[in-house]
Design a protein around this ligand. Structure first.
Ligand SMILES: [Zn+2]
Ligand SMILES: [Zn+2]
Length: 190
């Protein structure tokens, strides 16, 4: 089998630079990847679908086999397989910490200026941070999100028009929109 059932083969370019975009997502992707690389130190007992696949795909073969064997035993014993994924909960804890760091940085006028200009939060993380920042800083979160949304919307409309005119170029715009809407690919943001 060459393609996964969930990812039909497609010529669409959805790749997005992993080091750009949402600051919180970028930190979480790095953390998640470290979690998968250090599974021999702490072994999860329960995994969701996304993290089961991530381990199968990204951890070294010995660690993958050892971890999945343990999860398989848990599943056979009817333990809470698939719910209460431990990697999800590690990532969620880290998300709290990273959001806290971001909020601390947002008190800094230099960072405020930089953030107004560059943006750097996906919609889910903007929502989460918005709820935690003092009221006077909320506008700094909202204005880059609104601007990015307007730009992406204009790009999507242009893409739609060019595909309707028979042109088949997809310069990464669909991936950028997806990332803006739900966070970086491969993360489970709730
Ligand atoms: Zn994000
Ligand atoms: Zn998970």
């Amino acid at each position: 089998m060459t393609t996964s059932e969930n990812e039909p083969s497609s010529s669409k370019d959805v790749e997005v630079n992993q080091e750009s975009g949402c600051l919180v997502c970028t930190a979480l992707k790095r953390f998640q990847s470290d979690c998968v690389q250090t599974l021999s130190d702490r072994k999860p007992q329960s995994l969701c679908s996304v993290h089961t696949w991530l381990i199968a795909k990204s951890a070294d073969a010995e660690t993958s086999a050892d971890t999945l064997l343990c999860i398989l035993d848990q599943a056979l014993e009817g333990k809470s397989y698939g719910v209460n994924c431990e990697i999800c909960s590690w990532v969620e804890q880290r998300e709290q910490a990273e959001s806290g760091e971001f909020i601390k940085s947002l008190q800094n006028p230099g960072f405020q200026t930089w953030f107004r200009e560059h943006g750097g939060l996906c919609i889910p993380h903007a929502r989460k941070v918005f709820d935690r920042v003092p009221t006077n800083l909320r506008e700094i979160i909202v204005s880059p999100i609104k601007r990015d949304t307007r730009v992406l919307k204009a790009n999507l409309i242009a893409l739609l028009e060019s595909t309707r005119a028979g042109m088949q170029t997809h310069p990464g715009i669909l991936g950028r929109v997806a990332e803006h809407l739900v966070g970086k690919r491969g993360l489970q943001i709730r």
